[in-house]
Design a protein around this ligand. Structure first.
Ligand SMILES: C[S@@+](CC[C@H](N)C(=O)[O-])C[C@H]1O[C@@H](n2cnc3c(N)ncnc32)[C@H](O)[C@@H]1O
Length: 274
């Protein structure tokens, strides 16, 4: 658990925060009492939220492994990387390719402090503070430019972050800017809260209730339709099997597809720049 007496500058331990609530749901210890309270509140509304968090990490692991072993990607830009947890991107990638480079980006100072502590002595991996709403600044960042070669394919990871970008912040424009900066052969992995719309009234109602709860407590959170999520990929080609429920994306254990409740509301996909 983080020491509530000790907080980096700019942190308000009385307000819940996305990175720390998610850390709590994943069974982590880098969270405050207020984050745990909200985590419990979310679990009352969505009892399988922890399972969904694990499925999200499973998708991330399989997407990174795919990019390294099947698509030849050797460098990653992980935006909205979150607090370090079991199976971080550099660990997954470097298990297959020890020289793989990773830059983590997050706008939460707690993430910066904890990720730096974890990454000490690694010269292939870096972490910076950055805001997805200002993609140009991320692309121009000196550390990003030092670690990543934009003439070579890059694996862009935006896992469970775009649903924290409000419509007025132009998430489609943000992804366009990032995609345009990348070389052919680059890949982009996304997971996103999904609102299936009026055809599935029960799921739509839960998506809208969750959206309301997130906005009241975090000030962000949009459950988007399949079409809205597909727009982030622009003209990139989707890698098989496309934009699907997270456990169904290239499952590594044959037959393990738990497609109940919340999994229907989170979709994941990987696109490739041709
Ligand atoms: C739910 S966590 C996801 C962490 C990790 N990507 C994963 O899926 O396991 C969302 C992360 O995005 C970060 N975040 C939210 N809005 C952001 C923004 N505008 N710019 C950068 N990071 C942001 C939060 O601080 C948090 O760490």
């Amino acid at each position: 658990m983080v020491d509530e007496e000790w907080t980096p500058a700019g942190i308000d331990p009385t307000k819940p925060n996305v990175a720390r609530v998610y850390d709590y749901l994943l069974g982590g210890k880098d969270n405050f009492a207020v984050d745990r309270e909200l985590g419990e509140e979310i679990l009352r509304m969505v009892p399988d939220a922890k399972e969904a968090g694990m499925a999200n990490r499973g998708f991330l692991r399989r997407a990174v492994r795919y990019m390294v072993s099947e698509a030849g990607v050797r460098q990653f830009l992980d935006i909205g990387s979150g607090l370090p947890t079991q199976g971080n991107v550099h660990e997954i990638a470097q298990e297959l390719e020890p020289q793989a480079r990773v830059v983590y980006v997050d706008n939460d100072p707690v993430v910066l402090v904890h990720t730096r502590a974890l990454l000490e002595n690694l010269d292939t991996t870096a972490v910076i503070m950055g805001d997805l709403c200002r993609p140009e600044e991320i692309l121009e960042n000196k550390t990003v430019r030092r670690f990543l070669d934009f003439d070579e394919p890059i694996g862009l990871l935006m896992i469970s972050i775009l649903h924290h970008i409000n419509d007025h912040e132009d998430p489609v424009g943000i992804t366009e800017t990032l995609r345009a900066a990348l070389a052919p052969g680059s890949h982009m992995a996304i997971t996103h809260f999904h609102n299936p719309g009026p055809e599935r009234p029960e799921d739509e109602a839960l998506a809208l209730a969750s959206e309301k709860q997130f906005n009241e407590r975090f000030g962000t959170g949009r459950w988007r339709t399949r079409e809205e999520i597909m727009a982030y990929f622009g003209d990139w080609e989707l890698v098989e099997p496309g934009l699907v429920q997270m456990p169904a994306w290239r499952p590594d254990v044959a037959g393990r597809r738990t497609l109940n409740g919340v999994f229907q509301r989170v979709l994941g996909g990987v696109g490739r720049k041709t």
